[in-house]
Design a protein around this ligand. Structure first.
Ligand SMILES: Nc1ncnc2c1ncn2[C@@H]1O[C@H](COP(=O)(O)OP(=O)(O)O)[C@@H](O)[C@H]1O
Ligand SMILES: [Mg+2]
Length: 357
C-alpha cells in the first residue's frame, strides 16, 4: 500500500475551524500499514466530540475508498492539560493522554523556536538559560536543532557525553548548565541527510534517555520552522510553553507568525515573543539605528495577542563573544544585552516559578 495514496485521501478531510485539511495541519500522528490493513492515529486538539467523530468518520470513508484497502482503524489522541497552563486553570477537559510523559524531576520545559534560521534563536536560548541560572535556577539546555547544532560552539564544549548512572547518557556540564547536543557527538555535517523519523527519534531520545536530574527549567533549542522536531516535542513531553524568537523585519515576522500558529494549532502554550537584533546603539556616537526595522516584535505581539517578553539589542559583542564560546550574559554582565536577558528571565521566573532561592 502506497503511503502517498493514503495521504492524498486524507487531504480531503477538513480540519476543525475551516483552516485547511488534517494532513497540512499535522493532525496525522502515525500510519501503520500491514497488507490491506491501515491503522491511522490522529492528533486532534479539538474538545468537541462531534468534531472528533466527524473527522474519524471522514477518514474512515476516505481510506476505505482506496483500492486494495481491506480494513481501516482510526484512533485519536490529543495533548495533555499542562500543569500551570491557562487550560489547566480552566479546570481542564477530558482528553486522552498516553503519549506525553513529563520528564521526572524537570519542572518546566521551555522550547525556543523561530520561523526562520539566523534570527538568533540559539544565542537567545543559551543566554536566557544563563540568565535563569544567574537568578539561582537549575537549568538544562537541549540543542534539538538536529540539522544545525551550535551549542558546542556557543558553550565551547569539546567533551563527549558519558554514560549516566540511572539513564543512558549523562549531560555535559558547562557554566553551571546541563547540556546535550548532537554537536557533541558527530561530525557536524552528517545530520543534514536525516529524514523526519530519525529527527523525531533523536529528539525523543534526548528528552527521555538523558539524565537531566532535577531541573527548574529545561530549555530546548528547536530547529527553525515547523517540522518533525517541533511536532515530536509537543507530542513527547508536556511543554510549559514556547518562546518565539524573531527579528523586527517584516519578513521575519511572517515566519514567526507561522511558528506561533503551529504551536497554537497543537494546543501548546506560547509564553511569548522575543525580538532580537532590535535597536543598535553605536558604540562611538551613541546614535540609535534600527537596522532590521523597528518594533516588529511589538507589532506581531499585538497582531497575535501574544506577550512581548523582551527586545534584545543588536550588539557586535554578542556575535564576537558567542563565536568564541563566551555567551554575553557571562562575558559582560553589565552590558545592556545582558540586562535585557535578565529582564526576560525575571518575567519567566515570575510566570513559571520554581523554588528559586
Ligand atoms: N543580538 C545580537 N546582536 C548581534 N549578533 C547577534 C545577536 N543575536 C545573534 N547574533 C548573531 O547572529 C548569528 C545567528 O545567531 P544564531 O543564534 O546562531 O541564530 P539561529 O540559532 O536562529 O540560527 C550568530 O552569529 C550570532 O552571534
Ligand atoms: Mg541555531
Amino acid at each position: 500500500m502506497d503511503k502517498s495514496k493514503i495521504l492524498k485521501a486524507l487531504k480531503t478531510v477538513k480540519d476543525v475551524g475551516g483552516g485547511g485539511d488534517i494532513v497540512s495541519n499535522n493532525r496525522i500522528q502515525n500510519i501503520e500499514i500491514e497488507g490491506g490493513k491501515i491503522k491511522l492515529t490522529l492528533f486532534l486538539t479539538t474538545r468537541e466530540r462531534d468534531d472528533k467523530l466527524r473527522i474519524e468518520d471522514e477518514c474512515f470513508d476516505a481510506l476505505n475508498k482506496i483500492d486494495g484497502v481491506e480494513s481501516v482503524q482510526v484512533v485519536t489522541t490529543g495533548p495533555q492539560v499542562v500543569q500551570g497552563s491557562p487550560d489547566a486553570k480552566k479546570g481542564g477537559h477530558e482528553r486522552p493522554v498516553d503519549f506525553q510523559q513529563p520528564i521526572p524531576g524537570v519542572k518546566n520545559i521551555i522550547a525556543v523556536a523561530s520561523g526562520k534560521g539566523g534570527v538568533g534563536k540559539s544565542t537567545i536560548c543559551v543566554n536566557l538559560a544563563l540568565a535563569l541560572r544567574q537568578r539561582g535556577a537549575s537549568v538544562g539546555l537541549l540543542d534539538a536543532d538536529i540539522y544545525g547544532p551550535s551549542l558546542h560552539i556557543l558553550m565551547n564544549v569539546y567533551a563527549r557525553p558519558q554514560p549516566g548512572v540511572k539513564k543512558e547518557i549523562a549531560p555535559v556540564v558547562q557554566h553551571g548548565l546541563k547540556l546535550m547536543s548532537l554537536g557533541f557527538m558527530t561530525d557536524a555535517d552528517l545530520p543534514v541527510i536525516w529524514r523526519g523519523p530519525i529527527v523525531a527519534g533523536v529528539v525523543k531520545k534526548f528528552l527521555q534517555d538523558v539524565e537531566w536530574g532535577e531541573l527548574d527549567y529545561l530549555m530546548i533549542d528547536l530547529p527553525p520552522g515547523t517540522g518533525d522536531a517541533q511536532l515530536t516535542l509537543v507530542q513527547t513531553v508536556p511543554l510549559t510553553g514556547a518562546v518565539i524568537v524573531t527579528t523586527p523585519s517584516e519578513i521575519a515576522l511572517v515566519d514567526a507568525e507561522k511558528g506561533l500558529k503551529m504551536f497554537k494549532q497543537v494546543d501548546a502554550p506560547v509564553l511569548g515573543i522575543i525580538e532580537n537584533m532590535s535597536t543598535f546603539v553605536c558604540p562611538h556616537c551613541n546614535e540609535k539605528t534600527d537596522i532590521f526595522d523597528s518594533s516588529g516584535g511589538k507589532r506581531i505581539s499585538e497582531r497575535t495577542s501574544t506577550e512581548l517578553l523582551g527586545q534584545i539589542p543588536l550588539d557586535p559583542k554578542v556575535r564576537a563573544d558567542g563565536d568564541q564560546g563566551k555567551p554575553i550574559v557571562r562575558s559582560d554582565i553589565d552590558s545592556p544585552v545582558t540586562k535585557a536577558f535578565l529582564e526576560v528571565a525575571d518575567k519567566i521566573l515570575a510566570k513559571y516559578p520554581s523554588e528559586v532561592k
